[in-house]
Design a protein around this ligand. Structure first.
Ligand SMILES: [Zn+2]
Length: 294
């Protein structure tokens, strides 16, 4: 069993599809680095696996962002996954909000957005719904009902050690024809409901799908590895410093003596000394201007 694996499955002739995922050691390392409370780690992990499963059904190159914001308690919950299934997620609370509160309290009054940041402009997409439900899984089901008219259910679990989930969805073609949710969908939804967090976290995704949906003829179609990792680097931070402009950076250096930046996702700290920061501008100015048309 791989440390981080996503599988997709179908139900033979039924217009239904599904995905299941479990993140192990890389999730553990990520959770350790962010050092959130246990309930917040669980919430972040649930968002992480949900976004990976959502991305698994999309045909695009680019990134999917699952974002919850402007809530009573959550300032920003963001899970981002690209078409290679590289995933990273972060969570920050409104000042004074309790890290032990439940989803309904934390998410009250906010918005849940799904943003497809595709490399191709015509594939970009964004939809927003109000936050809802007793869990992010319920909110996501509402999102698919309201925004995509695509009956969908999620079962999600996460702790400091692992994050795992299962999703089922009516096929888009059946939903477009205006077919009502199928008996098969309702049956699968009831079967999925029998999963427990403990089981999801412990089981291999393939075993989980067989256990839940084997009686309905569920078949695994493919398996892919997921990577939980940040995309930040010293080079990317250098670009941010350049984009701020030399005047602002000189001002900052006068005040602090160095430039310090944190990655919004993994909280990695990057420090540029005055010498290194100014060398970036010197190197940038020395590059011949490019007038090539791209
Ligand atoms: Zn980072």
């Amino acid at each position: 069993m791989s440390g981080q694996q996503l599988i997709r499955f179908d139900f033979g002739d039924q217009p239904l599809r599904g995905a299941a995922v479990r993140l192990g050691p890389q999730w553990r390392a990520w959770a350790q680095q962010l050092a959130l409370s246990e309930p917040l780690t669980a919430l972040l992990g649930q968002a992480a696996v949900a976004s990976v499963m959502m991305a698994s059904h999309l045909k695009f190159e680019g990134k999917l962002n699952l974002q919850v914001q402007d809530c009573a308690g959550i300032s920003l919950l963001l899970s981002q996954v690209d078409h290679r299934l590289q995933q990273r997620a972060t969570l920050s609370l409104v000042e004074g909000a309790s890290g032990d509160a439940d989803w309904a309290t934390l998410s009250a009054g906010g918005r849940l957005a799904v943003i497809i940041d595709a490399d191709r402009r015509d594939q970009r997409y964004q939809a927003v719904v109000p936050t809802s439900g007793q869990s992010i899984a319920e909110n996501l089901a509402d999102y698919f009902d309201q925004s995509e008219q695509l009956p969908t259910r999620f079962w999600l679990a996460a702790n400091q050690q692992a994050a795992a989930g299962v999703m089922i969805q009516q096929m888009p073609a059946a939903a477009e024809r205006g077919d009502p949710p199928l008996d098969a969908f309702e049956t699968a939804a009831l079967l999925g409901q029998t999963s427990t967090a403990k089981e999801l976290l412990a089981a291999d995704p393939t075993d989980m799908v067989r256990r839940l949906f084997g009686s309905e003829g569920a078949q695994v179609r493919d398996a892919r590895d997921v990577t939980v990792a940040c995309r930040c680097s010293r080079d990317r931070i250098a670009n941010v410093i350049l984009s701020l402009g030399e005047a602002d950076i000189r001002e900052l250096l006068d005040e602090r003596g160095e430039v310090e930046a944190h990655c919004d996702f993994c909280r990695q700290r990057y420090v540029y000394s005055a010498h290194d920061a100014l060398a970036l501008f010197a190197a940038d100015a020395a590059e011949p201007p490019s007038d090539a048309v791209h």
